[in-house]
Design a protein around this ligand. Structure first.
Ligand SMILES: NC(=O)C1=CN([C@@H]2O[C@H](COP(=O)(O)OP(=O)(O)OC[C@H]3O[C@@H](n4cnc5c(N)ncnc54)[C@H](OP(=O)(O)O)[C@@H]3O)[C@@H](O)[C@H]2O)C=CC1
Ligand SMILES: Cc1cn([C@H]2C[C@H](O)[C@@H](COP(=O)(O)OP(=O)(O)O[C@H]3O[C@@H](C)C(=O)[C@@H](O)[C@H]3O)O2)c(=O)[nH]c1=O
Length: 286
């Protein structure tokens, strides 16, 4: 198959590139904005048709949650309009599209893990534009999978894990919110799930994927510091209102992953096991 990965220089795009080595039977086109600007509808249509693309994995997005509040148009172009162009172009040649979305499409008022058919109600610009992206993709592409994930981190790019490693080494104390509950996801685990779908066949619909388990950002930080051997920084739990931010975040955004596990027979690691794996890789790299 010919597989197009957009946003290939991001966290997930890089993990897709790493894993592609284990799937050498396919031809890959790894593109980021320099090679293929997904906001350029004509370029998207031409690329997908000319390269005879069979599967598009859209890893490109506007992911700066607070900045998005001040840049709603740019965020909408990238998270909503551009996935629409990819969906139209994929549909025109009978290709499948895997659109990656987010737990931030939910408002966080639930008390049990969100299932795919729970009603989204985003409370940020980022979440609203990602939801609009899901909707346009489902409308325009008959072979589309929406994969909602959460709290992504990787050895590539900037993310919460790297921020907490840096702050933990720089500071004597740190406050982190304990009333936002979710599940971290190692982007390498998500890349594996995406490859499982590609190999076994695209079953259109919405899916949830994160690592297993549940924690708060505070618990996540404690685990990051413990596993990295950082002992000189005292981490205190904060309420959300003690850490003012431009964009509201859901208080609870745990995803129920039953559908993707049953459809593709995948086994998902616990978030702490994957965190240890990622930190080990970071240690070796440094
Ligand atoms: N990060 C997270 O915590 C979470 C992410 N997600 C979703 O997962 C997906 C992957 O996220 P992640 O890997 O973290 O994203 P990143 O922000 O790491 O990567 C996105 C990539 O897209 C590129 N890009 C920006 N504009 C364009 C454009 N016009 N055309 C092509 N590429 C462009 C970015 O380039 P540049 O850096 O130069 O802008 C960057 O390389 C996204 O859909 C995101 O919404 C879901 C839940 C959690
Ligand atoms: C750096 C820092 C953050 N926080 C809080 C802020 C926020 O509520 C929470 C998470 O921090 P961040 O702002 O880094 O994470 P955020 O950008 O909200 O992460 C989100 O990104 C988008 C792209 C997604 O799709 C989501 O799944 C989620 O991963 O931790 C602290 O309490 N103390 C700190 O020192």
């Amino acid at each position: 198959m010919n597989i197009l990965i957009t946003g290939a220089n991001g966290q997930l795009g890089n993990e897709m590139r790493v894993l592609s080595a284990a799937h050498p039977q396919h031809t890959y086109f790894f593109t980021d904005v320099q090679e293929l600007d997904i906001c350029d509808a004509d370029a998207v249509r031409a690329f997908i048709a000319d390269r005879r693309v069979d599967v598009v994995v859209n890893c490109a997005a506007y992911t700066a949650v607070d900045k998005a509040e001040d840049n709603p148009e740019l965020c909408d172009r990238l998270n909503h309009l551009a996935p629409g162009y990819l969906a139209e172009a994929a549909e025109a040649v009978g290709a499948a599209l895997i659109q990656v979305s987010t737990d931030y499409v939910f408002d966080g008022t639930a008390h049990v893990p969100y299932r795919e058919d729970d009603t989204p109600c985003p409370n940020s610009v980022y979440g609203r534009t990602k939801l609009a992206g899901e909707e346009v993709v489902m409308q325009k592409c008959s072979r589309a999978m929406i994969v909602r994930t959460a709290w992504l981190y990787s050895t590539f790019g900037n993310n919460f894990v790297k921020t907490m490693l840096r702050l933990g080494r720089e500071r004597e104390s740190l406050g982190v919110v304990f009333d936002q509950i979710g599940t971290p996801t190692y982007a390498a685990d998500l890349a594996q799930a995406i490859f499982a779908a590609i190999e076994q066949g695209i079953v259109p619909g919405i899916y949830h994927f994160s690592d297993e388990g549940v924690c708060s950002w505070y618990d996540f930080t404690i685990a990051i510091h413990r596993l990295a051997g950082i002992t000189t920084c005292r981490v205190s739990p904060l309420h959300t209102d003690e850490y003012p931010a431009k964009a509201p975040r859901p208080h609870y955004s745990v995803l129920d992953k039953t559908r993707i596990k049953q459809t593709y027979g995948i086994d998902i690691p616990h978030w702490e096991a994957s965190l240890a794996e990622c930190l080990e890789k970071l240690k070796i790299e440094s």
